[in-house]
Ligand binder design. Structure first.
Ligand code: PAF
Length: 289
């Protein structure tokens, strides 16, 4: 049965292409009220080869027999984009939230409690070169797990190389720790990820990691600040030439995922009465005036 992909940005199109390459039908779920149509798309793979595919688009408010839904919208669009789908999607169809940041992973199951919610992360690099042309720039690690009771990984997710992770919230926290440092710093200074390896950034990175560690401890994700810093620097090194998703959003004048990344950390810190002055300053330097 068909996999629905909500959010047709670079990663959404990449996964739709990969599903079709594996012989699994995929639909890009588009804004409500439109007409179904099929349009030509291009993917430039890691091997530099260009592949063409006809990707069907289906309005998200029209019932459609789906076996799985992958949500690749930005964090701040996630709940709004899900609403038309939730009016008809059967409860048994797993919905997998794959955006950066935290927040909707707790909100969506509260808002639609009878659905089968999953969350995951993928660290692949992908760049949208034109509205229907994407380049896969880096193979990442893909993980997913249920937000409710334990369940076997849906076959289409396994086909896409997602590893099943029964403690997905801990994995999402680890991904968040990376995004909390790389995304706002690169967006503020308009530099590629690799710039953060320079000596001049290390005191600020160390201070941000200290604050992350203090909050992680309180939330039940204990880890030394050095472990957080090593993870951040390893990702910065591995993705040195990439422009982070937040930098791309800032450069394109789009809203960023700052509220689901630094905003989430600051809200939790406020709740737990933990000071986070470095993250607060970073947020202030990026928040729209
Ligand atoms: O959001 C991003 O850009 C990515 O999650 C990461 C890992 C920071 C690499 O650029």
């Amino acid at each position: 049965m068909t996999v629905g992909v909500l959010g047709a940005g670079a990663l959404g199109q990449l996964l739709a292409h990969q599903l079709i390459e594996h012989g699994l039908p995929a639909h890009l779920l588009t804004r409500p009220g439109g007409q179904p149509e099929t349009l030509p798309h291009q993917l430039i793979g890691l091997d530099g080869q260009t592949r063409q595919a006809e990707l069907p688009r289906h309005p998200s408010d029209r019932p459609n027999p789906l076996s799985l839904v992958l949500v690749l919208t930005k964090a701040h669009h996630c709940l709004e984009a899900l609403a038309p789908l939730m009016t008809w999607l059967p409860n048994s169809v797993p919905v997998v939230l794959l955006h950066n940041g935290l927040g909707p992973q707790f909100e969506a199951p509260k808002r639609w409690p009878t659905h089968s919610w999953w969350a995951g992360s993928l660290t692949d690099g992908a760049l949208r070169l034109a509205p229907r042309q994407v380049r896969h720039t880096g193979q990442g690690v893909r993980r997913a797990g249920p937000l409710g009771p334990d369940a076997p990984i849906p076959p289409a997710l396994a086909t896409l190389g997602f590893e099943s992770d029964p403690d997905i919230l801990a994995a999402l926290w680890q991904k968040l720790t990376v995004n909390l440092v790389i995304n706002p710093l690169t967006a503020r200074d308009r530099v590629p990820n690799g710039a953060l390896l320079k000596a001049a950034y290390q005191p600020e990175i160390a201070a941000l990691c200290q604050e992350i560690t203090a909050l992680g401890q309180a939330l039940g994700y204990p880890e030394p600040a050095e472990a957080v810093r090593d993870r951040v620097l390893t990702v910065a090194q591995a993705t040195a030439a990439n422009r982070s998703s937040m930098l791309q959003d800032v450069e394109a004048g789009r809203p960023t995922e700052l509220p689901a990344i630094t905003g989430y950390l600051l809200a939790e810190a406020r709740r737990l009465e933990l000071p986070c002055p470095h993250h607060r300053r970073l947020m202030a330097s990026l928040a729209p005036a």
